[in-house]
Design a protein around this ligand. Structure first.
Ligand SMILES: *Cc1c(COP(=O)(O)O)cnc(C)c1O
Length: 360
């Protein structure tokens, strides 16, 4: 068996140890004679898996007690609707930051439910920087402020948490949650699809402050009501049990790695290595303003676009896969989530050097 270094933006690489453990437990989870896939979500075995996963996530992120942790389905995309449905609470206005593809999607969905104030946008400059806080126009009467701390496609990341005063801050952390320590108490809601940095597709993690739930829009479906999921420990209906289990294995792996401060150091070193190489090369280029560069998703272009196809083909042969940039941006993108080992980034840099030497 040969494993590749998979630079996919999502579904993305998972820690090998996690998949080995899942393999070893596949047919017989801890002497039960059953796969986790076959377990009743209300049985004591799965309940213990679910509780352990939540406890480990709470420990990793030091989540305060007044926050609920929900294990849902529907992806981050469902949260684009679930956030206004639950957080408007009689208000009809919300603030949104527009810093890329995913913020735009959240804004478009938010418009179905309320009036949206675009507090700031970097669209005109091609989403290559984070608009500085001094330039934002926040509405003190907004129900909440929504932003996207890491824009997965353009590779733009906030390295600071905006201060929104009393107005709850909502963050789509799909491609950055668990990549570094986080002060959860600064947020009203944090949500993330699992398939980037948490586990496999099918699970969406939502962390929501207690006092914000319980007043959903009239007529909201039960499945879109945070309170109902909270009251039922995310088991109002059948949860995505296997994806929840895999996320639990990833949380365990992160704890063994030394937690989020330790992984953040590794992530910083990996990103620094790649950006440093790109910046020192005359052949590769990353267009994002330095202070706003993502540590998780690194887009880059070749100075000769005509070589994109050859680059991808040879990279694939070298065991470096899924480097094609998003269709809206073009060029390349290397996603280097928690599970991408340092050696993977080293191999990529070596390949890029060699490609430049022989093709450019
Ligand atoms: C991938 C991604 C999404 C979409 O997630 P789904 O789980 O497919 O709905 C939303 N926001 C960000 C920042 C993403 O990276």
């Amino acid at each position: 068996m040969t494993r590749v270094y998979n630079f996919s933006a999502g579904p993305a690489i998972l820690p090998e140890e996690v998949m080995e453990q899942a393999r070893d437990e596949m047919l017989d989870w801890q002497g039960t004679g059953m796969s986790v896939m076959e377990m009743s979500h209300r049985g004591k075995q799965f309940m213990s898996i679910a509780e352990q996963a939540e406890a480990d996530l709470r420990e990793l992120l030091a989540i305060p007690d007044n926050y609920k942790v929900l294990f849902l389905q529907g992806g981050a995309t469902s949260q684009f609707a679930m956030v206004p449905i639950n957080l408007l609470r009689g208000n009809n206005k919300a603030d949104y930051l527009c810093t890329g593809h995913w913020s735009k999607k959240a804004i478009a969905e938010g418009r179905r439910f309320c009036e949206i104030n675009l507090a700031a946008s970097s669209e005109e400059s091609g989403f290559q920087h984070i608009p500085p806080h001094q330039e934002w126009h926040l509405d003190p009467e907004a129900a909440y402020v929504h932003y996207t701390p890491n824009e997965t496609i353009a590779g733009v990341e906030f390295h600071w948490i905006p201060d929104t005063g009393e107005v709850p801050l909502v963050a789509d952390m799909s491609s950055t949650l668990l990549s570094r320590p986080l002060d959860v108490s600064r947020f009203g809601v944090i949500y993330a699809g699992a398939q980037k940095n948490i586990g496999c597709a099918g699970l969406t993690v939502v962390i929501v402050r207690d006092d914000l739930i319980g007043q959903p829009l009239g007529g909201a479906p039960s499945m879109f009501d945070y309170q109902i999921h909270g009251d039922n420990n995310s088991m109002y209906n059948t949860p995505p049990t296997y994806a929840w289990y895999i996320a639990g294995l990833v949380f365990g792996w992160l704890k063994r790695k030394g937690g989020l401060s330790a992984i953040a150091e590794v992530n910083r070193a990996k990103a620094d290595m790649l950006y440093h190489f790109i910046d020192s090369s005359g052949f590769y280029h990353n267009p994002v303003e330095r202070a706003s560069r993502s540590r998780m998703n690194v887009p880059f272009i070749l100075s000769e676009q005509g070589l994109d196809g050859v680059f991808l083909e040879q990279a694939e042969k070298a065991g470096l896969t899924n480097l094609k940039g998003h269709r809206s941006v073009g060029g390349m993108r290397a996603s280097i989530y928690n599970a991408m080992p340092q050696e993977g980034v080293e191999a990529l840099v070596e390949f890029m050097k060699e490609f430049e030497r022989t093709q450019a």
